[in-house]
Design a protein around this ligand. Structure first.
Ligand code: AMP
Length: 242
């Protein structure tokens, strides 16, 4: 038995203690503009269904924070709100999807972001005989996106994502009272935000049509309360649960 087999064995055991109806092998992509709530909703799906959130943005930020060569290469593009090269992102995603916890399913958040990435993903999954089930488009009006991005903060203590315009004051106060700080992501400044939305429009939005043609697209209104969006999201992928 190799080390990987051992890890796999234990991750299966972990999954077996989850009630059957809460156990899912879904392979989904969350599509949507920056600020559409993909990360927030993916984390909730992960917690409820034990299907890992795979966020290329989080993986890249971790590489930057750790100062790895890959992080150093990615940093300039991220700071400008441009896409990191496909070569780097595909390398990261291949490695992440090969981990034991992603073998039964995954929630892709922020990947794919252009046609070349979508095609590469399709090829990798075809090789594994595990095609994508669904691409969920998180649909949000442009003005709301701007407020979500400029107002977004992360609590330094809990990692909870908050928004100075939309979060209940009690949640914001709780972070500060506990000694936390409200941290703004480096790329959540107005200049970079404009470019990120532009890049989304030019390069990522065409994937909506790509998945629609494959009959895999579902659209969820991602405006309003986080709980309400989550309920709509769960409803839209209900058929995927085993
Ligand atoms: P996100 O957290 O998904 O908004 O990603 C933050 C930044 O990481 C983006 O603005 C890009 O610079 C980079 N990034 C994340 N995912 C990708 C991807 N799939 N392809 C290229 N760049 C990405």
């Amino acid at each position: 038995m190799t080390f990987t087999d051992v890890v796999r064995y234990f991750s299966r055991l972990d999954r077996d203690v989850i009630p059957r109806e809460k156990y899912s092998d879904m392979r989904i992509v969350l599509l949507g503009a920056p600020g559409s709530g993909k990360g927030t909703q993916a984390k909730r799906l992960e917690a409820e269904y034990r299907t890992p959130q795979v966020s290329t943005g989080d993986l890249l930020r971790a590489a930057v924070a750790a100062g790895t060569p890959l992080g150093k290469q990615a940093k300039a593009a991220m700071d400008a709100g441009d896409l990191v090269t496909d070569e780097i992102v595909l390398g990261i995603i291949r490695e992440r999807l090969a981990q034991p916890d992603a073998q039964a399913g995954f929630i892709l958040d922020g990947f794919p972001r252009n046609a070349a990435q979508a095609e590469a993903l399709e090829a990798v999954l075809a090789e594994l005989g595990a095609p994508l089930d669904t691409a969920v488009l998180m649909d949000v009006d442009f003005d709301i996106l701007m407020k979500r991005l400029t107002g977004r903060r992360t609590c330094s203590l809990t990692g909870k994502v908050l928004n100075v315009y939309f979060s209940p004051q009690a949640d914001i106060d709780a972070c500060i009272r506990a000694g936390g700080e409200l941290i703004k992501r480096d790329d959540d400044n107005e200049e970079t935000i404009g470019n990120r939305l532009n890049v989304y429009q030019q390069q990522t939005a065409p994937l909506i049509e790509y998945y629609r043609r494959q009959g895999k697209l579902v659209t969820v209104s991602a405006e309003g309360e986080i709980d309400a969006v989550y309920r709509r999201l769960v409803e839209s992928i209900k058929g995927l649960r085993s």
